[in-house]
Design a protein around this ligand. Sequence first.
Ligand code: ADP
Length: 477
Amino acid sequence: MERKESDIFPMEKALEMILMFDQKGTIFYGNTIAREKLEYENDLYGKNISDVFPNTFKNSEDGFETDFVFEDKVENIVAYRKNNTCFPVEAKIILSEELKDTYICMANDILEKEFLSREIEQVRQEAQQAAKVKSEFVANVTHELRTPVNGILGNVRELLSEEVEQRTEKGLRIIERCCGDMNKIINNILDFSKLEAGKFTFELCKFHFRNMLDYVKAQHINKITEKGLGFFMTVSPQVPEYIIGDELRIVQVLNNLLSNALKFTALGKITVEIFRTAQVNDKVELFFIVSDTGIGIDKTDKDKLFQSFSQVDASISRKYGGTGLGLNICKQLVELMGGRIEVESEKNKGSIFSFSIWVGVAEEDIALLQESDRKQSALSATFGIGDSNEDFDPVKEYGTRENQENLKRTLSKLILCVEMENWEKAEMFMETVKQLTEGAPREISRLILRLKMAIQKENYDKVVTEYKELTKVIEVK
Ligand code: ADP
């Protein structure tokens, strides 16, 4: 049967190249774009498919040989023009069911795409190289800066240890403080460039967790008292006594959050709470909440907060100082420690920063931890990992004062996590709420179930409604 172009007319206008060939590989149709791209005219007809795709098809006596898979699959192959120059194509070749013994090849010229992707790759590599050079430069400069600053600091301290005039002492104290501030900035820039260059490493060791917290507290308590602020730090008893982690870096994150809380709070209090939120073999997840009653952060500025060099606005940096690197470094450190950092804040009401990290527990301490969990399950129900089937547990026995207080605390943490859209943590607190309301009246169990479902669906509005209902009914004051 003689085939005419008009029979297959719609293909003529297709955007991709279309070729048709028979069992022998003889091309009997090529649409306009195929003829244009391959630079043939009507002399395309009668050519063999191996003339167009010589790397993919080989002409043989009884047709053609090929490894090409005739499926609904796209493969990258090379097409040759009449003048033997070539270009890459994405091609799909099928054996037509309607047109007997006919192969249909659909192909797109991807020369430009390949060219662009090669260009993009080159630009990417250049950018990477430039970033590396920049990071190395920053690392060198900051390192060089640190030496003279420490030189000045050392000399000033030596002079201060001697008897000096009151006026001189005042001046020396100012120099000492300035050097301290400069060191902080240098350290931040150094950390930032190391993190950016992916050269950051953690130094893990076993340390006493609560002693570390005492050390952190000691660094801030004078300023806190000077400002007349309240300070409360609570650690859930289920947090292990010793942990394995990079103490310096955990201190750094806490210090940064506390310094900010202190910097931006004139009245009220600062609170630090720490929980153990998960355990997998010898790893535990610790969850920290640092809240203040300071100037707060506008909703629209919240997203900018963890970006580098970002301060909420210029007037803030003028008034309070800072480089805007602190929170970005915290975010990167926390993420490298397997966790995440979040913020919830309201302008003029205060801010709540929370972060989680995964730390290790030494083999010899795991048994101790399990033992203390067992004991504590009778005292505290916060994130119970221990035995929850105690005969009588004043905390868990619904309706007791301890139970209601614990319920109140847990619900407030739960709603805080919801506010921060940390649904995973909210679900954990929900588990504790469920344990604490075992044996509660049916009306309450129903509300608990609804709250749980709203949390699982991550439906903020519904959670808030159910939470309000629940707190009304159980009268958590
Ligand atoms: P810096 O190193 O300059 O303190 P940070 O990254 O730690 O920078 O903080 C960035 C900005 O985030 C601060 O300049 C401030 O605008 C805002 N911010 C951080 N913590 C608080 C807080 N507790 N209360 C109000 N604003 C805060």
